[in-house]
Design a protein around this ligand. Structure first.
Ligand code: PLP
Length: 420
């Protein structure tokens, strides 16, 4: 496959941006290939600057559940642009989007629009701390909640109690109040609550983990988190930046039937534009400024163009709910079956899945880390050479969209089956 033009752009980009990229995983360092520079994308396909066509299973890391450049969404955005790109003021689209979100996420009684998943999570945690007047939070090893300081805590058993920051530039004091538990391990959570229960403002969790690869919650795990947070008067935050509107139109909370106190949404809710949301119980959200003393603001928050992309995307999902989610399940299952028939170890929930190159059943960060990343890199290169665009890291999800055709799925299955 000729990717000469991508390679040329990549060489130039490295003079301007760290690693030539604006988000680290895009540098493709784990798979030994230059990143592709994208020219355009439509439906299930993405096209690079060398004119190669790929079936896209990154889907912009989740937002493109309808595929790329959905006509209705593009029209809505174009029409909105004609009326102005940003007002920094109230507009009725914000209410329309909030209504749609609340309809499908009834636990989000009141909500705030922000610009990124990172911001949504950071703000939700601030609200939880402001409401409970407690400082500590519990997060799980291997769960990613954006890059705000307090959440960049190194995972790993030796660091469970020390909470050492994962990133240079994060003072130790910023993560002192971040307690680490193990995903799918009730005892690790119980222990933290026994020791610090009265100081824990909230537990934050990806209700289906997707940032150590896809790792589903075991039966009863989310219900357990609900019960223990209630017992200790802590709040439960579901970070549904990936799972929101993906596992079902009502996200993971509907899929698993567990109701959190606060929810964060991103990706799909912005229809491909920079938009994210946090919200939940009215009494908690009423602590947020200007009603309450928890400060949070944003020049571009509720941006009309992003809001219109979100509204149109959610309307399409709503109008075609049964058809879309049934099809996503069907074609994702076909891919899973093909992987299993090829002897691969795959975790899947709905339209997100990960092939792990390990013989262990992956149920948490420790088991995810047993994966052979060199073998994954071979798989990645094989798929790319066969016109399939997948995440360049073992610890990411593969996203299936409603735009993927039967022909795309057949072609992908052939590529999977031809892997040696
Ligand atoms: N939370 C989860 C579960 C995510 O997967 C991500 C990003 O992938 C984030 C938060 C951060 O979102 P953003 O990249 O929009 O800041």
């Amino acid at each position: 496959m000729n990717i000469q033009n991508s390679e040329k752009f990549y060489a130039q980009a490295q003079n301007f941006m760290p690693g030539g990229v604006n988000s680290p995983v895009r540098a493709c360092r784990a798979v030994g290939r230059a990143p592709l520079f994208i020219d355009h994308a439509k439906g299930s396909k993405i096209y690079d600057v060398d004119g190669n066509e790929y079936i896209d299973y990154i889907c912009s890391w989740g937002p493109n559940i309808l595929g790329h450049s959905n006509e209705r969404v593009i029209n809505a955005v174009t029409e909105t642009c004609q009326r102005g790109l940003t007002f920094g003021a109230c507009h009725s689209g914000e209410i329309e989007l909030a209504k749609l979100i609340k309809k499908h996420f009834p636990s989000m009684e009141m909500l705030r629009l922000v610009n990124s998943g990172t911001e949504a999570v950071m703000s939700a945690i601030r609200a939880a701390r402001g409401y409970t007047k407690r400082d500590k939070i519990v997060k799980f090893e291997g769960c990613y909640h954006g890059h705000s300081d307090g959440l960049l805590v190194k995972s790993g058993s030796g660091l469970l109690t020390n909470s050492i920051p994962d990133s240079a530039g994060v003072p130790k004091g910023y993560t002192d109040n971040t307690l680490l538990a193990k995903y799918n391990n009730k005892e690790s959570v119980e222990k933290l609550f026994e020791e610090h229960g009265d100081d824990i403002a909230c537990v934050i969790v990806e209700p289906c983990a997707a940032n150590m690869g896809v790792v589903p919650p075991q039966e009863g795990f989310l219900r357990f988190l609900r019960d223990i947070t209630l017992k200790y008067n802590s709040l439960l935050i579901f970070d549904e930046v990936i799972t929101g509107f993906r596992l079902s139109i009502g996200g993971a909370q509907k899929y698993y039937n567990v109701k959190p106190d606060l929810t964060t949404l991103g990706k799909i809710v912005g229809g491909g534009m920079p938009l994210a949301v946090y919200g939940g119980k009215k009494e908690v959200m009423q602590c947020v400024a200007p009603l309450g003393s928890v400060y949070q603001a944003g020049t571009l928050s509720g941006n009309p163009v992003a809001v219109s992309a979100g509204i149109e995307t959610l309307k399409i999902l709503e109008e075609n709910e049964a058809e879309i989610y049934t099809r996503l399940e069907k074609i994702s299952l076909q891919l899973e079956n093909a992987m299993q028939e090829s002897g691969m170890n795959v975790n899947r929930v709905g339209s997100i899945m990960t092939v792990f190159f390990t013989n262990e059943k992956v149920k948490d960060y420790d088991t995810a880390k047993t994966a052979d990343t060199a073998r994954f890199a071979e798989y990645f290169r094989h798929m790319q050479d066969n016109g399939i665009y997948t995440a360049p890291s073992q610890f990411e999800a593969m996203f299936v969209s409603f735009a993927h055709t039967d022909e795309d799925i057949d072609k992908t299955i052939n590529a999977i089956k031809s892997l040696e």
